[in-house]
Design a protein around this ligand. Structure first.
Ligand code: ADP
Ligand code: MG
Length: 690
């Protein structure tokens, strides 16, 4: 008997409970929401002669012969017949008990599909059971559930039926949605929906059955989205009751910075900055996601947010996922803020001990107003005196825990329970429906306008066999004074192999372009070496930068006008889009050449077509979502999130409806909202709060 408290099962053996746990089933409520994948129709017997090929049917047969044959491989081969004909049955892996079951003369009911096979019409691995004399046929469709090794459909079915009865008796199937809401969205009662799906009624004709089934699924999907929305809204509300330093509106320092910039903020930058500045003035922590396509100018917004902290006597921190990117931010911020008399502290793994100690002291004592760095910022030794604003760039590259860690650097020495405001930035555009359901607890600002003067990047798909022409083009561009990024093939499964490939690519290009200065950066390079090459590229002494994807994010060299990506078919679409965003930043005509290896699979072709045809990161993301499902977008966050099992995020209308309903329910019927979340997420809700 399982002992995991009131929510656990009663009267279930430990091994069984363990198997159920594998399915994510821990109690009656979970069982009830463990819904069938499909149904089998065992309500009728079809004559062999009438059975349509390739469709699941139930037949009742007598075994004529059974042999173990060895050609084309070892298997059990039976011939079975009914009054209308004869077919073969094959079991490729079989137990002695199955051999016995198929003894000549046995009467069996078989469920499966008949196809033309090696031995004529045949069923391979049908579900089989002996015919008990006069056993009635099933009255209704038989549900088939997702299951795990050693847990039979029959056992699952029984457990679920019992759980349904028990829950019903205890009033647990009561609706969590008020009548009015159900009516407004034409949703069937919860009780009816789960019964419909687990125990489809016998009496309905096929069409009525299908309609009821569709309605039931709609209710389930709505419920699932609603639970997610309520849960995220609650996390949001919980945050609103925590305190953060209210930072008064941007003042003279921000104005001075803006006056010194060589450009004017775009309309989108103005708007998002206002949204952020308003949040920062609140006494509870901002948690805002700033989304903007590559090159949309997020860094200046981050600088302004950090400066608002400084203006109010607080500190700011900016964390970036790679040292190259962090250092670039540090340089940029230093250049912008030095004229204001603000020094920016630099914290990275590569610092020498004495330097690091000095930095840590400056942060702890509050002498350093702004710090920029890598993960080094969240190491244990780091302590801020008064951290007011924490910015995380390329937030999707960090895990939930890392982002939390920066936030927790807040209180510092003055023992204050306030947490800093947090601004997360991302260039990986998240499709709207995904943002609504995975980031519903964040506020989102959108930089939907690129700074003026960008040249559109021409994208070309070129077969690997024409690599020579690409090299010629590289030579011509460099001769004309331009610079080139050359991205090595991605080898995800092995870092060693990735390194080898990078070196080979570098050597090959050096040999092919002896008159050009070629540089190489990869992740194993020591930071100082990396910095030398990057500096060379920034000042133009390196003409061709061969790199692994370390340049994927953030790097900004306006004179680079051509990017070549080898084995483009191996990259993710958002990765390709980000890479491509590295060029087209200056006045020169820019191009991105995607080299691909032939033959291209169908999916690879579809993906390259998306990147070829689209330049809007959101559109690319939307199509990518359609192609692949949500997995990759939510990144690290997903690991802490109960994935949607039934609902479809592409159903924007339903996501929207669930969102509205969540707010209404939380407002007007908080008890029902709580019950709803408990039913769907049980103990898992905590995971959402990170
Ligand atoms: P991202 O959003 O990809 O982080 P950055 O902040 O690196 O983009 O900005 C890309 C480039 O555009 C930088 O060189 C930056 O200085 C420049 N930039 C930012 N805002 C503007 C603007 N309003 N007008 C012109 N250039 C801008
Ligand atoms: Mg950036």
């Amino acid at each position: 008997m399982a002992t995991d408290g009131a929510r656990g099962f009663a009267e279930i053996s430990k091994p069984l409970a363990a198997k159920l746990a594998k399915l994510g089933v821990h109690n009656d409520a979970d069982l009830i929401l463990h819904l069938p994948l499909r149904y089998e129709d065992e309500t009728q017997i079809t004559l062999l002669a009438d059975a349509p090929m390739g469709f699941p049917v139930q037949v009742e047969v007598e075994v004529f012969s059974t042999d173990i044959v060895f050609r084309p491989r070892r298997q059990l081969l039976s011939r079975v017949r009914d009054e209308s004909g004869m077919i073969a049955v094959r079991l490729l892996n079989f137990y002695p008990s199955q051999q016995k079951q198929f003894a000549p003369g046995a009467r069996l009911r078989l469920y499966g599909e008949i196809r033309d096979g090696y031995f004529g019409p045949e069923m391979v691995h049908p579900r089989a059971h002996a015919v008990v004399t006069d056993a009635p046929l099933a009255q209704a469709l038989t549900p088939v559930y997702p299951t795990t090794a050693g847990l039979s459909q029959l056992v699952l079915r029984r457990l679920i039926t019992t759980a349904l009865a028990r829950a019903d008796a205890q009033g647990e199937l009561r609706d969590t949605l008020p009548e009015t809401l159900r009516a407004a969205h034409h949703l069937m009662p919860f009780n009816d929906a789960v019964r419909m799906l687990h125990l489809p009624p016998a009496a309905l004709g096929p069409e009525a059955l299908e309609q009821r089934n569709r309605d039931a699924w709609r209710r389930i999907r709505f419920d699932e989205l609603l639970a997610q929305q309520i849960s995220l809204r609650r996390a949001y509300a919980a945050r609103r009751v925590r305190s953060a330093p209210p930072l008064a509106a941007p003042g003279p320092l921000c104005e001075k910075l803006l006056a010194l910039l060589p450009f004017k903020l775009t309309g989108a930058q103005q708007r998002t900055w206002r949204e952020i500045a308003t949040d920062l003035a609140q006494p509870h922590p901002m948690q805002r996601l700033l989304q903007g396509d590559v090159g949309s100018g997020k860094t200046i917004i981050a600088a302004l947010a950090l400066l608002q902290a400084v203006e109010n006597g607080w500190q700011g921190a900016l964390m970036a996922p790679t040292e190259i990117l962090a250092e670039q931010h540090w340089r940029k911020l230093s250049a912008w803020l030095a004229p204001l008399g603000i020094e920016v502290a630099w914290l990275a793994g590569s610092l020498r001990k004495a330097q690091k100690t000095a930095m840590l002291d400056a942060l702890r004592e509050g002498r350093a107003a702004i710090a920029v760095g890598t993960h080094a910022l969240i190491e244990e030794a780091v302590d801020f005196a008064r951290l007011g604003v924490a910015v995380v760039d390329e937030q999707q590259r960090f895990g939930v825990r890392q982002r939390l860690a920066l936030r927790q650097k807040g209180g510092g020495g003055n023992n204050n329970s306030a947490v800093p405001h947090q601004l997360m930035m991302s260039a990986t555009p998240i499709p709207r429906t995904l943002a609504m359901s995975y980031y519903a607890d964040l506020d989102v600002s959108l930089l939907d306008e690129l700074p003026p003067g960008r040249t559109p990047v021409l994208t070309k798909l070129v077969a690997e066999s024409r690599r020579d022409q690409v090299v010629t083009r590289v030579r011509a561009a460099c001769t004309a004074g331009r610079q080139i990024y050359w991205v090595c093939p991605l080898i995800e499964e092995s870092e060693t192999l990735q390194l080898k490939t990078a070196l080979e690519t570098y050597e090959r290009l050096t040999a092919e372009l002896p008159e050009l200065r070629v540089g190489l950066v990869h992740s194993r390079l020591k930071n100082a070496e990396k910095a030398t090459v990057m500096d060379g590229f920034i000042v133009g002494s390196v003409q061709v930068l061969v790199s692994t994807t370390v340049i994927e994010v953030g790097v900004d060299v306006p004179n680079a006008s051509l990017m070549v990506i080898e084995h483009a078919e191996r990259f993710g679409l958002s990765q390709l889009h980000q890479l491509r965003g590295r060029v087209g930043r200056g006045a020169a005509e820019s191009a991105c050449i995607l080299l691909y290896a032939q033959p291209l699979g169908e999916l690879a072709r579809a993906r390259l077509k998306i990147i070829f045809e689209n330049h809007d990161g959101f559109e690319i993301a939307r199509q990518d979502l359609h192609l692949r499902g949500p997995g990759e977008f939510v990144g690290a966050r997903q690991s802490g999130l109960p994935l949607l099992r039934y609902a479809d995020l592409e159903d924007a209308e339903m996501v929207e409806a669930a969102r509205t309903a969540a707010e209404m329910l939380l407002h007007e019927q908080p008890d029902a909202a709580a019950r709803h979340v408990e039913r769907w997420l049980g103990g898992r809700e905590e995971l959402l709060k990170a």
